[in-house]
Each structure stands twice: as C-alpha cells, then as structure tokens.
Design a protein around this ligand. Structure first.
Ligand code: GLU
Length: 421
C-alpha cells in the first residue's frame, strides 16, 4: 500500500476547517494541489575541482491572493513532497496574516554544513540561475528557511541582478541590510511568536514566570529564548540536531548562544552553569509550562504527544505537530498556537522588506516592531475569537480564518479561471 505523503497529512487540516465553513467545494479542490512544482538538478564545481549535483525544487502552490512567497531550505532530507507541503502552509500562513501573497517554497537536497563557503555560494547562485524565470518580484519571492540565511539571500539577489542586468531588491527577502534588507528581519519569526504569547497571556492564564522547553536552537529558537528570558521566564531544556541540555534552575542563554556562535552544539555547554545532558527526544516530555518546537516537521507525534506536560505549545517550526498528536494534545487540554499563525512573524517582516524595497523608503526598527506587533495581535485575536465562537482548536480556527479569505479571493477570480489563474 502506498504511504500517505506529508501533503496528505497536511490536507487533513484543510478538510477539518472546511467542515466549519459554507464554501464552494471547488475552492477546496483547488487548494488540494500545488499549482506548479519545478525540479532541477543543480551541478556545481567543488573546491577540489570535481563536479557534484544536487536536486532542487521550487513550488508555487497557490497565487490567488498575490505572488507566491516562501523560503528556500537547504537540507539533506528535503523532498518534493516536503517542499509542496511547506508551500501549502505558506499559502495559509499568508492568508491568516492577510498579506497580499500566495504560498511558495523551495529547497536544495544538501547538507550545507558539509560545503565550504565558496561551494555554498556557487550552489546558491546555481539555484537562482535555474529558477530565475520562475522567481520575480511580482511572481514568486523567496526568503530564508532552514539552514539558509541573509548571506545566501544576498548572493541570490546579486545573481538575479546579473542575469537581468539590473538590481531588483524586491525579488527576495531576508537580504543583508546593505542590499536592501529590512531592520528586524533577523528575529522576526521569534518576535512574532513572542508578541502573540504576550497578547494572549491573560486569556490563556499564563504565569509571569513560565518554565520553557525548546526543540531546536537555530535562528528562531535562539531569539525566542532571549526574548522570553528577558521577561523573566526560565528556559529549562533545549535541544539541537546533536543533543540536548537541561537545568531545573534555568539554562544560561549566553552559554548556549556562545556555543552556537562557535559552531558547536548546545550539548557542549553540559557541565557548565548547572547544564546537564538530556536525550533530545526527552525534551517533549520535560516538566514545563510552554513547549516551543523550533526545528523541523513531525517532532511531536503519536508516540511522544502523551508525554507532553506543557499546557501551551508555540509552533515556531513549520508542521512540528502531527495530526494524530494534535488530537492527543487537545484531549489532554494542551493549547497549540499553530505554525501558520505563531511563526508568521518571519514572512510578515519579509512583506515589510518587500514594501520598503518597492517604495524605496526605509522604516526604523520601532516602525517594524510596532507594525509586526499590531498585525500579530490583530490576527491572533481574530483566530482566538473564531476558536471561542466555534468551540474549535486554535489550529482549526487559524485554518478557518485563512480559508475564508482564500475562498473569497478564489471566488472573486471567477470560476473560469479556477485552474488557470
Ligand atoms: N521561511 C519562513 C517561513 O516558513 C519565512 C518565509 C518568508 O519570509 O517568505 O515562514
């Protein structure tokens, strides 16, 4: 029997949301398939003179609400199915936040940690060469994702400018400030989640001094740890791809950050400041108030969901909780602030970057923070209200909120353009 794809699992959430809305079934049919997914084999020269090839994809899932938007991931286990699923989530994420975008995503199947800086630059430029005619400032706008960063976005923006003979900063977001990047893009994913938790703290009955456990300590993880610790919350456990550390008295964020800056795992801090090692898969079950999955998909699943003690899960990663785990957590009274809302701060500040590039006028960091906070609070409150009114989880409410916007746009385009838009 053929195994269900990641996209099949993601579509369960679409069906759940559709049951709460009176919408044309054609809308659901349209949202079940990616509009286009392009696969390319990138061939680059390695430092030793040999040639090596890497599979790469770009998916434009749905562009009814605007140009497709979404990051490019460099990961050894990326697949076409993963890229399409991530692009599906971007479609809903942009709709939840009311950004004038559809959803897209890209990936290269590579472990970038095994490449030299020069090889990484050649690979990034090769990606842009391969997809330059799919990408465009009003067509499809990439950004960073897992294991990609502003340096890589800068190389890609430069390659695009070389291909078309002029700089076009709005073609990609998450760029270095010197190339038209926005202030505040670096910590935007974490900051958006942080504003959301702060805004709903009273409704959720959160304590002023929460115990926090985190799966993943990359860009989003490091920034949320810093923001929460500055408010007096205690980070008690953290994992990364190589291991985990725990401290009942609270981990020292500075030690963890220093390890990461030196290219080491959080585990290298064990033995210092009361940090002790922990098996990474035990982080989910640590005694805490808030659990923050901030790494990859499916980290909380059928087999570990029952061990979760946190009353709140903040999904900074995309798709970290499986549909089966959702049901277990809901039955245990755990509230999930879902990815398409909780981690949407990143794409929201990407939108600010794109707007600033188009208008050629740049905002202050205060402008960025105030605008981000206002949107997180507005859409977070709207999702909260849908969830209370309909008696449904925050995840289903976020999908309902997004789906009603998508349906309105799909219907406004007219039935004749359903499959050609
Ligand atoms: N990769 C991020 C996400 O999954 C950001 C996408 C963007 O800024 O376009 O939301």
């Amino acid at each position: 029997m053929q195994q269900d794809s990641l996209l099949d699992h993601a579509l369960v959430r679409l069906d759940e949301a559709a049951a709460h809305l009176d919408i044309d079934p054609d809308v659901i049919e349209k949202l079940k398939y990616a509009r286009e997914t392009t696969k390319v084999r990138l061939m680059i020269r390695m430092d030793d003179g040999s040639r090596k090839s890497f599979l790469a994809w770009r998916c434009r899932y749905d562009d009814t609400r605007g140009p497709t938007k979404g990051g490019i991931r460099f990961h050894a286990e990326s697949t076409a199915d993963e890229v399409e699923t991530l692009a599906f989530w971007m479609t809903f994420k942009c709709a939840v936040m009311n950004l004038p975008y559809g959803g897209g995503k890209g990936a290269v199947q590579v472990d970038p940690r095994k490449l030299s800086k020069a090889e990484l630059e050649r690979l990034s430029r090769a990606y842009m060469q391969a997809f330059a005619r799919i990408i465009g400032p009003d067509r499809d706008i990439p950004a960073p994702d897992v294991y990609t960063n502003s340096m890589i976005m800068g190389w890609m923006a430069d390659e695009y400018a070389q291909i078309f003979g002029q700089a076009e900063p709005a073609v990609i977001t998450g760029k270095p400030i010197a190339l038209g990047g926005s202030l505040g893009r670096g910590d935007a994913t974490a900051r958006g989640g942080y504003y959301l938790v702060r805004h709903l703290a009273d409704d959720l009955g959160l304590s002023k001094t929460m115990r926090v456990a985190m799966q993943g300590f990359g860009n989003a993880g490091q920034h949320i740890a810093r923001l929460l610790a500055a408010d007096g919350h205690k980070i008690v456990a953290v994992s990364d791809s190589e291991g985990a550390v725990i401290s009942d008295a609270g981990l020292h964020i500075d030690l963890l950050m220093e390890a990461k800056e030196n290219g080491q795992s959080v585990v290298s801090t064990a033995g210092q400041g009361g940090h002790e090692t922990l098996a990474p898969d035990e982080v989910a079950g640590v005694d805490c108030d808030l659990l923050v999955p901030a790494a990859l998909e499916n980290m909380i699943h059928e087999d570990n969901a029952g061990s979760v003690k946190a009353k709140l899960v903040l999904e900074l990663a995309n798709g970290p909780v499986t549909a089966e785990a959702d049901r277990i957590l809901a039955a245990n009274g755990t509230v999930i602030l879902p990815d398409i809302l909780a981690n949407a701060g990143g794409v929201t500040v990407s939108y600010f970057e794109w707007v600033q590039n188009k208008q050629g006028f740049y905002w202050t960091i205060e402008d960025i923070h105030n605008r981000l906070r206002a949107i997180m609070e507005r859409e977070g409150r709207a999702v909260w209200n849908v969830s209370r009114e309909k008696g449904i989880t925050m995840r289903t409410a976020a999908y309902v909120h997004a789906l009603s916007r998508l349906a309105e746009a799909i219907e406004a385009h007219g039935t004749q353009s359903f499959f050609t838009s």
